[in-house]
Design a protein around this ligand. Structure first.
Ligand code: NAP
Length: 329
């Protein structure tokens, strides 16, 4: 019989609820503790999701029955919270954006390595069945010449503080622009040149952001994120032998795959497995299995891919002139 893995959740916000629900779908994952800044908030959360224990962040990281902690706080706090977990000997699955900048990411990776602890960025898209299938189809498209992806929505009031707050890593790029950037990196690799411009919000973070990647072989990527307008939030990957479209919310489990071997009237639908939960069960299952196998890094979302994403986000921000308080430390 395989070992049960004890899970904890740090931060009882919106995404934490989705993960708590999806962890029930993962064999051998046992959600044992949820933590909030105010323990009574965690107690209410625990009641809703039938979790046996609740408390504050320190209570969580010192629990002997918790093996891995899902860090679900705003990205400006990931550095502090992941450190807290690792320093107390816990493996970590940390939400995107992994950190504010590559320097913080490198420090966390070094700490995990020194302690021999598992650390992974919770990039759920990479584990979803439609995306796995998309990666397969992309290998049949010939030379990829163009990647286009956009992610845009207009937040409805009340707008969460983290969305525009520079101290919490606010702005569209780190919040949702990470998905188009992830896609281009996954398909085309590290760009040779990056150009980017932003529309600043009143707090100075990017309300929207337009990015171009150029590659020495002539491939191009156009990527866009916005908190100003609702968009299709789709993606196209076009090669010399065909095009693949990932439809609305291309990064999530409701996306469909449309394959075009030729012009638009050649469309074929590609069916893929539908998620049973919110879609977070796939990454949670992967982490559970990695820990059962005693791994300190994921072979599917290795830390070098997370670091490349963070370095690319830094380069994009440099082009746009977007500096966070954490960059000045
Ligand atoms: N993978 C995805 O699909 C996805 C989707 C949405 C968000 N995310 C990521 O998940 C993270 C959390 O997003 P969310 O939408 O769940 O945010 P949220 O609802 O605002 O929750 C964040 C939680 O962090 C905790 N927190 C601790 N210190 C805080 C502070 N100073 N200010 C605000 N909150 C603080 C709070 O929990 P307690 O008070 O309970 O401690 C809060 O409930 C972000 O990094 C975001 O990018 C990922």
């Amino acid at each position: 019989m395989s070992k049960k893995i004890g899970w904890g959740i740090l931060g009882c916000g919106k995404i934490a609820k989705k993960m708590a629900a999806d962890l029930r779908l993962v064999a051998d994952a046992d959600l044992r503790f949820v933590a909030a800044r105010q323990p009574q908030h965690a107690v209410a959360f625990a009641r809703e999701f039938n979790v046996p224990n609740a408390g504050d962040y320190f209570d969580l990281v010192t629990r002997p029955d918790v093996d891995v902690i899902y860090v679900a706080t705003p990205h400006g706090l990931h550095d502090e919270h992941v450190k807290l977990c690792l320093e107390n000997g816990k493996a970590v699955l940390c939400e995107k954006a992994f950190t504010i900048n590559a320097r913080q990411a490198q420090e966390l990776m070094a700490l995990a390595k020194t302690r021999g602890l598992f650390l992974m960025e919770a990039f759920w898209t990479r584990f979803l069945p439609h995306y796995e299938k998309a990666r397969e189809v992309i290998t049949t498209l010939g030379d990829i010449r163009y990647v286009q992806a956009e992610f845009g929505f207009k937040p409805t009031p009340p707008v969460a503080d983290r969305i525009y707050n520079p101290a919490l890593g606010g702005g569209s790029l780190l919040d949702i622009g990470v998905y188009p950037v992830f896609l281009a990196l996954d398909v085309l690799g590290k760009p040779d040149e990056i150009a980017a411009v932003m529309t600043p919000a009143t707090t100075g973070v990017d309300e929207q952001c337009a990015i171009r990647f150029q590659y020495a072989n002539g491939a191009l990527a156009q990527l866009f994120s916005s908190f100003s307008v609702n968009l299709a939030t789709g993606a196209d990957i076009a090669g010399t032998h065909g095009r693949l479209r990932l439809t609305h919310r291309f990064h999530g489990p409701t996306a469909r795959l449309e394959y075009y071997p030729g012009p638009v009237d050649t469309r074929q639908f590609i069916e893929t497995e539908r998620a049973q939960g919110n879609g977070y069960e796939y990454e949670a299952r992967h982490v559970t299995q990695c820990l059962q196998r005693g791994l300190s890094e994921s072979p599917v979302r290795p830390l070098r891919d997370t670091l490349l994403l963070m370095e690319t986000l830094d380069a994009i921000r440099k082009q746009m002139g977007l500096v966070y308080p954490a960059d000045r430390i």
